[in-house]
Ligand binder design. Sequence first.
Ligand SMILES: NC(=O)c1ccc[n+]([C@@H]2O[C@H](COP(=O)([O-])OP(=O)(O)OC[C@H]3O[C@@H](n4cnc5c(N)ncnc54)[C@H](O)[C@@H]3O)[C@@H](O)[C@H]2O)c1
Length: 560
Amino acid sequence: MFQYSISPTGERFQLPEQEDYSKEFSRLEDVVKNQRAFGREIVLVMGLGFVGAVMAAVIADATDEKDNSTKFVIGMQRPSTRSFWKIPFLNRGISPVSSEDPEVPLLINRCVNEKKTLMATFTYEALKLADVVVVDVQCDYLKEALGNIQDGRADMDALEESLEIIGQHIGPETLVLIETTVAPGTTEQIAYPIIKKMFRKRGIQTDPLLAHSFERVMPGRNYVSSIRDFWRVCSGVNEEATRRVVKFLNEVINTEQFPLTVLDRPIESETTKIVENSFRAAILAFLDEWSIFAERNGVDLIKVIKAIKVRPTHSNIIFPGPGIGGYCLPKDGGLGVWADRHIHGFEDDIFKMTPLAVNINDTRALHVAQLTRDALRNMGRPIASAEILVLGASYREDVGDTRYSGSELIVRRLTEMGAELRVHDPYVLHWWEFEKQDEYPASSHSLKRFFRGQERLRDLRVEQSLEKALHGTDAVILAVRHKHYLNLDPDEVVESAGGPIAVIDCFGILEDEKIRRYFELGCEVKGLGRGHVKRIKDQVREGKPPLPLNIPMQFAEDKR
Ligand SMILES: NC(=O)c1ccc[n+]([C@@H]2O[C@H](COP(=O)([O-])OP(=O)(O)OC[C@H]3O[C@@H](n4cnc5c(N)ncnc54)[C@H](O)[C@@H]3O)[C@@H](O)[C@H]2O)c1
């Protein structure tokens, strides 16, 4: 039986068979021989995900002062049914990640089809050909409970497996650069011994050359430049590894304008990443309680934040939206807390703020379900069997990344409450967290297990036509600040829906005139941190009566 990997566009690719591996390696050997003749260094990027795919292209695009390409890059991706399609895609010059940054497809196409400095493969044997290996595989943190990060553990399986494979194949002089965000201590206390053990088994007596330099990539409008034109931190396990990683990063990253920070030990580079993301998680979590305060007391937190931001010392205050998704912020604090006990062996519990911040962020989206319920109740409509449209499945604006998005929690809670959910997202073709909820992100690790009545969500499909998605809906949840949602016209929304609806603004998307217009149209509006909507509603009710739009009485009346 052949196995297939299906791309997000629906194309089927047969997974390689045993005999394909030796053919593939011979092909690579020939290519690499030619590339070495050009004097190019061979770099293997392991893991073609959100980070690896674009990092591979950034490296492949590197040139010297005479504008000659200095690197040939082999992107290596394990041939799983979920990810194998990325290899044929990349080999055609098509980006396996979708984003709003027009430079991503241009860069990948240029490196694959014009410069011919980038290709992808499925065989681990490619590691034998590499001068540098860049590790961009995932390192997850598995949570056993909703809103309690301490009940969980780092999942290093993919990373440890990758390191073992690297140790089995690379040459003694190969630099291994770990870019994966890891539990602090991993490079020296986990990766180094794994590779060293493999070296000794193979009779290699030298020590592995290992370094850590984490990614600060933001997969949005500035995806490429957030990798190439941004400050990096790095550190090697010894002097030679440090010298090599500094040389490599100077050759591929714009370190002239964005100088490198070189730290003494990899644990310091690893800790930098965890602390910077925990700091971010904490400033976001901090506003959760003020967001609820604002809703209760007639305050528009969006305006409060704008007012605070003018102070240069407070300019990074940021409104949290419906939870803090993405791959990094929900897990990175957990990796740090876990490392203290499980890598370094401390029994006491020194962490208070980091777990609290992650826990608050992990459950913030549940409040959106309450707001939706209340808004519909004010319109005399029960939440059970209400048709609810969620606008945006991604965790942030203008990307197609749904990992740990607040929208997932909103859909799950509202489904539990009996509502019928639909979703629109211009960047997402398949919302795998639902379509494959029994095996994604890992078997038995779907958030599904924290809610009841989730089975039918397997059939949830992402609607691509906004107009179709709006038709006949009772409530619209503005969950993500995708550019497509910023200027929606209330009259058109209500017309497409076929009458007044509940509108829930999770991200400060609606300006006051729009909120006012929705009320004039007989809609109900609520929003995270937007306590002032009640004032606008009262003004509309007291001043101008709602426009005559054929609104049934019970919808127009506030039941509270
Ligand atoms: N996504 C972001 O915005 C972001 C930002 C900064 C840092 N990071 C960090 O970068 C790392 C990678 O993140 P990502 O978002 O690219 O993850 P991802 O899940 O999108 O990609 C990981 C890839 O590695 C592949 N892989 C796993 N094991 C492998 C193996 N043995 N051989 C070859 N390939 C293998 C997976 O199939 C997958 O394609 C993580 O540590 C993450 O925390 C991510």
